[in-house]
Write a protein that binds this ligand. Structure first.
Ligand SMILES: C[S@@+](CC[C@H](N)C(=O)[O-])C[C@H]1O[C@@H](n2cnc3c(N)ncnc32)[C@H](O)[C@@H]1O
Length: 275
């Protein structure tokens, strides 16, 4: 193969690389080397050129000690984002801008085939009340409904993701099969305290971590608040640094540690029974 052919093939591969892979590459770079911002930036510029261009506007949390959602002040600047995947504009533009694209293309890391077994193992009762924050374009709601889970609530801070989900669910189920609403995972409904038996998140913690310091910690506090004591969190995550994960979940029961899994780890954690 001559060098011109080689360059052409590389360009084609970049154009078709799924966004989730881009995310992983970019994140590993961002997480492992905060000093490599120039190479990270150039990688991100390659990625952005294959999606609608996203401007950077992160959401920053400005209160450190929080006891109730009312105390939380979320500002609307994106200045502290570690990458475009930590910006709301990126997600808004993605969900709004690409028209219909297959769920498989935009289900991050993997779908039900990758972790449905864990869901069934750790969320045994079909009547469990389940929250899925940062639902994005994932097809998990249909998978859960098809498997008999019937008390589902899903949120995303991008209202466009919520609109997509409403469409997706309506292909097979009635409008009220799932409670769907735009909501920031760092500041959830005040009256949700102790409501859920289980939380399923995939890639949301990663995006939240990338939105800037303190945001992951805040969303974990919120998830702890809305979970029942002893409730289960199933987290599929590939970007949050291990040390930070250990720190934010130090008081949780680690049922399954996914740290050593390759593409993204499947973590199963139980909310501490007492606070
Ligand atoms: C990597 S995508 C994962 C989407 C989906 N869970 C999946 O597995 O395909 C991250 C998602 O988290 C959402 N997100 C990011 N920050 C958020 C926040 N603070 N509150 C709620 N959703 C957020 C984004 O809009 C995006 O849909």
């Amino acid at each position: 193969m001559n060098s011109i052919q080689h360059i052409l093939i590389s360009c084609i591969l970049f154009a078709y690389v799924p966004a989730c892979n881009s995310f992983v590459i970019s994140q590993q770079q961002s997480a492992s080397s905060s000093s490599s911002s120039s190479s990270s930036a150039s990688l991100q510029s390659i990625i952005s050129s294959h999606h609608a261009t996203a401007t950077t506007t992160t959401t920053t949390l400005s209160v450190s000690s929080i006891t109730s959602p009312k105390d939380i002040v979320i500002s609307t600047t994106d200045d502290d984002a570690r990458s475009q995947f930590g910006t709301k504009d990126y997600w808004d533009e993605l969900y709004q801008g690409r028209g219909d694209f297959p769920a498989e293309e935009y289900s991050w890391y993997f779908g039900w085939e990758g972790y449905g077994k864990l869901v069934k193992e750790h969320i045994v009762s079909k009547d469990c009340e389940i929250l899925i924050p940062g639902i994005g374009n994932d097809g998990i709601l249909l998978d859960l409904l098809r498997n008999g889970y019937n008390r589902l609530t899903a949120t995303d801070y991008s209202e466009h993701a919520i609109e997509r989900q409403k469409d997706l669910v309506s292909y097979e189920y009635s409008e009220d099969a799932v409670e769907l609403m735009p909501m920031d995972a760092r500041q959830m409904e005040g009256d949700w305290t102790g409501r859920f038996d289980a939380v399923l998140e995939k890639g949301a913690f990663d995006a939240i971590y990338l939105s800037g310091d303190g945001n992951l910690e805040q969303s974990v506090k919120e998830i702890e608040r809305v979970l029942k004591p002893g409730g289960v969190l199933l987290s599929v995550s590939g970007v949050v640094p291990d040390e930070l994960r250990k720190e934010v979940f130090r008081e949780w029961e680690w049922v399954r540690d996914g740290s050593h899994e390759l593409k993204a780890g499947c973590f199963v954690l139980k909310r501490p029974a007492k606070r």
